[in-house]
Design a protein around this ligand. Structure first.
Ligand SMILES: *Cc1c(COP(=O)(O)O)cnc(C)c1O
Length: 394
């Protein structure tokens, strides 16, 4: 059976129908301890000479199926599952960068990743050099002798900045630097960074992979040797392992993942165009719009679509607040990637602790709305957005 289409891959990923009595749904192994047949087997499995399971933090059959699934979707050697996106990202960073070394990262990106990087700088002397990631050559220009990692987030949270993955991967290879790309927004439906030369992909599976706003999980996928290093250090030592029940939910999410993404893509594309043609909206950030700063790069590295995330600026804090107070179908909430449409006002939520000047430096306007476009009927979402725009005081 050919599984080259991502629609087919998503339905079957990670499942071996010759195991588990042919069960088409991976069973949940509620087990933290596994018995050995004898001392020889105990020694072999425990020392990872022979494959097998022995302790919950180190591995679980349900978790292993999810890891296999993300590896198949991202065309990776291996996958690794964690309790959250941040557990995955921190494991990947700390496996590749030590005290006294540095990494290069985007100036604007997911807020908790940014907080992690300043924590690592102040508490562990791991330095981050921040760059304008819209310009891929900024990574190489910023690299120092002690730089070990290039961190990329494309499209970025929340302003959908696009970084040229192939260009950053090329310079990293020349310099012997590992590349880590947060693929949460695009998902492997729209973008496969490993195919473009990136070493490790990270996901908050809390978002599109899970897809139903009912779990917290993180994933890494990449070259087998890098995944093995992350497994031995970031996963085993820090212990952010995913619960088997949650791994099962994430696998369940993956089954319909391609179908959902197709709808997220088409709804978001239509709504981005509608927002851009509305005079009350100051600016729209969506990589699928010709007006996007890096639309040409997005077209090259994202296919078939540009994802379900849009940001748009209503100009002022008051107008942003008024808009999120006026939506009815869309939920006012802080996450993204679920089946339901969600809006958030960055300046009063995720980026409230920053000063207006710091927000400006990160490219986040006071009237910025982050819009996670759901899979509801397009006309229903459209009319909710129109009514909320109508309700804003001029
Ligand atoms: C949500 C998110 C994360 C963090 O994931 P958690 O599952 O919340 O830990 C990382 N990167 C991006 C782009 C995200 O949107």
């Amino acid at each position: 059976m050919s599984k080259t289409s991502i629609f087919t891959k998503a339905v079957h990923a990670g499942l071996d129908s010759t195991e588990n009595h042919g069960s088409l749904s991976m069973p949940v192994y509620n087990a933290s301890v596994y018995a050995f047949a004898n001392a020889d087997e105990a020694a072999e499995i425990h020392n990872e000479i022979k494959p097998g399971f022995y302790y919950g933090r180190i591995g679980n059959p349900t978790t292993a199926a999810l890891e296999k699934a993300i590896a198949e979707l991202e065309n990776a050697g291996e996958g690794l599952a964690f309790a959250s996106g941040m557990a995955a990202i921190s494991a990947a960073i700390l496996t590749n960068v030590k005290t006294g070394e540095s990494l290069v990262a985007p100036r604007s990106g997911y807020s908790t990743t940014q907080h992690l990087l300043s924590f690592l700088r102040s508490e562990f002397r791991v330095e981050t050099i921040f760059v304008d990631a819209a310009d891929a050559s900024a990574y190489e220009a910023a690299a120092k002798n002690n730089t070990k990692l290039f961190l990329i987030e494309t499209p970025s949270n929340p302003i959908l900045q696009i970084t040229d993955l192939a260009a950053v991967a090329d310079s990293a290879k020349r310099l012997g630097i590992v590349t880590l790309a947060d693929n949460t927004f695009a998902t492997p439906f729209n973008q496969r960074p490993l195919d473009l030369g990136i070493d490790i992909v990270a996901h908050s599976a809390t978002k599109y992979i899970g897809g139903h706003s009912d779990l917290t999980a993180g994933l890494l996928a990449g070259r087998a040797d890098l995944m093995e290093a992350a497994r031995q250090k970031g996963a085993r030592l820090f212990g952010g392992n995913i619960a088997p029940q949650v791994a099962w939910l994430a696998l369940r999410g993956i089954r319909t993942f391609a179908l959902r993404m197709e709808r997220h893509n088409s709804n978001a594309y239509a709504l981005a165009n509608m927002l851009e043609s509305d005079g009350r909206v100051k600016k729209v950030y969506y990589p699928g719009l010709a007006s996007h700063q890096n639309h040409e790069i997005a077209k090259r590295q994202m296919s078939p679509g540009f994802g379900g995330m849009i940001s748009f600026d209503l100009g002022t804090l008051e107008r942003g607040r008024s808009f999120v107070n006026s939506v009815k179908l869309c939920a006012l909430a802080t996450s993204l990637g679920g089946v339901e449409s969600i809006v958030q006002h960055s300046a009063s939520m995720t980026h409230a602790t920053l000063s207006p000047e710091e927000r400006k430096a990160a490219g986040i306007g006071d009237g910025l709305i982050r819009f996670s476009v759901g899979v509801e009927d397009l006309e229903d979402i459209r009319s909710d957005i129109r009514s909320a725009l109508d309700a804003i005081e001029p």
